[in-house]
Ligand binder design. Sequence first.
Ligand code: ZN
Length: 257
Amino acid sequence: VPCVFCRKDGPLSDEHVFPKWLQPHLAPDGEDGTHRRLIFRAGETEVAEHAYRGQPATQVVKAVCKECNEGWMGRLEGEAKPYLLSMVRGNTRSYYRQGQTLIASWFVKTALVAGSKFKPSLPTEFYSAMFEDHRPSTNTRVWLAATPYTGHHQSDFRPIRIEPDDRPPHSEPNCFSAMIVADQVVGFVVSWLDAVPSTDRLLEEFGPALVRVWPVAEPKVTWPSPAGRLDFAQLDALADTVVAIDDVTAGRGVPNG
Ligand SMILES: [Zn+2]
């Protein structure tokens, strides 16, 4: 099996979805740790939904080669770590262009690693774009938000099939949304290939609470947003804004209009 990022065959090493350096800051048992996986199977409209209460903090995937793990991904971890740890400790942080790019890249990398367990796999383009540029593609949006919960962690990954009017339905996802929560820090990622998902609801309902970091739009942004922190119900609602669980499990897999 080739590495999801560089496509080279080679021994794959265990990759933590939440890196080891974050784990001391995440709740040790499953009480607050939930994550959800939606499983798409080629040619089937039914989508299996699995909700886990467990320890996503220690979730490991075997999809990345040692060279990527210790190379560009290790460098990205090293660069993002001080910023993330500062936010985890509750510090307000301002990000300039380079910082916004860095933090956005970390969340997209983490979302892609979390999503690498899904079958059918996301199209390789999602991974190769990140591998080649070490930053999110232009077809990607990343926002930061905040929760009041320390130790909370969550990875909610949703592959999406967007079906434009005049084209046949995709058999594999051509879009995904992902919410990665590490302690008080929330990253929300939407990425697509050939058809743009609607983020209208996302912006209508959560706009003020979101700090956009990719593509970089403001020379300086500050986390957390003064508009407030999202509680558990709001986190679930945010994860539903691009594609609701009901739409996905009903096989529609289309974004909310
Ligand atoms: Zn690799």
